[in-house]
Design a protein around this ligand. Structure first.
Ligand SMILES: N[C@@H](CCC(=O)N[C@@H](CS)C(=O)NCC(=O)O)C(=O)O
Length: 204
């Protein structure tokens, strides 16, 4: 039996997302550091695993899987206990819509802010881009707040949808992103996510 392997970079939100799912499943795995600063993700050996040259990549029982949302669905199918997807097909579709919303809409303004705050000196930051991205995120947080009305988590029970957002909302404070106080559901939801043992897998 080979140990499950995750090709990983510590601060990568996509890797963090997969680590949280693995932690929720209580699985053992080995982490392989792909040093993005040394561009190890573009080396021939790594491109054989993921032709896109990106982390994360999961290797499990000989299967090589990339794209964090695909990896997380694989983990849930292969290791169904505890489930991270609802059983009803329509609800499962709802989770996928939220994961897609996170990756294709929420991520972009979040990432703009992340890049500015992490890699630019304060006087070199693009203030307009930061403000515009914060405004866009506010609209997305409003939607999240509405989805959470009367629910503990995005899909009712904890799911891959909550996991997708976890690495992003986890560092709101350090990115100086404030959630408007009126979005009470969203604020409580983040607290619930933070209190789960799997949150430690983010390695903040
Ligand atoms: N859609 C991919 C995105 C993965 C991704 O962008 N990973 C970044 C690190 S956070 C990466 O490997 N970037 C290296 C590069 O593009 O050269 C996923 O969900 O796994």
């Amino acid at each position: 039996m080979f140990m499950m392997k995750l090709y990983d970079y510590p601060q990568c939100p996509f890797c963090r997302k997969v680590r949280v799912a693995i932690a929720e499943k209580g699985l053992k795995y080995e982490k392989v550091l792909v040093d993005l600063r040394k561009r190890e993700q573009k080396k021939e050996e790594f491109l054989k695993l993921n032709p896109y040259g990106k982390v994360p990549v999961l290797i499990d029982n000989g299967a090589v899987i990339y794209e964090s949302s695909v990896i997380n669905e694989y983990l849930d199918e292969k290791y169904p206990d505890p489930p991270l997807m609802p059983s009803d097909p329509a609800e499962r579709a709802g989770v996928r819509v939220l994961v897609d919303f996170c990756e294709s809409r929420f991520h972009t303004p979040w990432f703009n802010i992340y890049l500015q705050m992490t890699f630019k000196a304060e006087d070199k930051r693009d203030k307009e881009l930061i403000q515009g991205s914060k405004d866009e995120l506010k609209g997305h947080l409003r939607r999240i707040n509405e989805v959470l009305e009367g629910r503990e988590y995005l899909s009712g029970g904890y799911s891959l949808a909550d996991i997708a957002f976890t690495p992003r909302v986890a560092i709101f404070d350090s990115l100086n992103i404030q959630i408007p106080a009126e979005f009470k559901n969203a604020i409580e939801w983040i607290e619930k996510i933070k209190s789960r043992p799997s949150y430690q897998a983010l390695e903040l």
